[in-house]
Design a protein around this ligand. Structure first.
Ligand code: HEC
Length: 127
């Protein structure tokens, strides 16, 4: 019985520790509001560039959006919508999870996807 209690206390301690250093300050710090009438490029810079790179080529916090794995037949627009709304558990890379993007409207999601698709087309995919 005593052993169980110790385990329970240890588990609580661990959970508290994990949530304290969970690294999700992006999700807990409210982001700067996106300016009204912002175009896809502005929305991308405000909400995606910190991880996916100002030039879409990735950072140490997120993968390049020009990676061939993001070409439309492999990651369609619905994957984008879901990733932005719900976040993504790490599965393709070793950057960690993508948190749900805060404070973005459905219309802004469509604008940012259109921007990324246009950039992918203009710059080409990395192979
Ligand atoms: C806090 C960092 C961060 C931000 C901000 C961020 N992402 Fe991500 N994103 C990631 C990481 C990390 C992954 C890779 C997850 C994996 O597959 O391992 C990812 C993956 C993705 C994927 C692939 C989803 C899948 O199912 O494989 C898409 C699409 C995406 N991001 C789009 C966006 C868009 C668009 C924005 C801005 C509106 C954005 N991300 C903002 C970190 C971020």
């Amino acid at each position: 019985m005593k052993q169980h209690l110790t385990n329970a206390i240890a588990a609580i301690g661990l959970t508290a520790m994990l949530s304290a250093c969970g690294g999700d300050d992006i999700a807990t710090t409210p982001p700067e509001p996106i300016p009204a009438g912002a175009d896809g490029a502005t929305i991308y810079q405000a909400r995606c560039a910190s991880c996916h790179g100002e030039d879409l080529r990735g950072t140490d916090k997120g993968p390049s959006q020009l990676s061939i794995v993001y070409e439309p037949n492999h990651h369609g627009d619905n994957t984008y919508r879901t990733a932005i709304r719900n976040g993504v558990a790490q599965h393709h890379w070793g950057f960690g999870n993508m948190p749900a993007v805060q404070d973005i409207t459905d219309e802004q999601i469509e604008l940012v996807i259109a921007y990324i698709r246009a950039q992918q087309e203009a710059l080409g995919f990395e192979r």
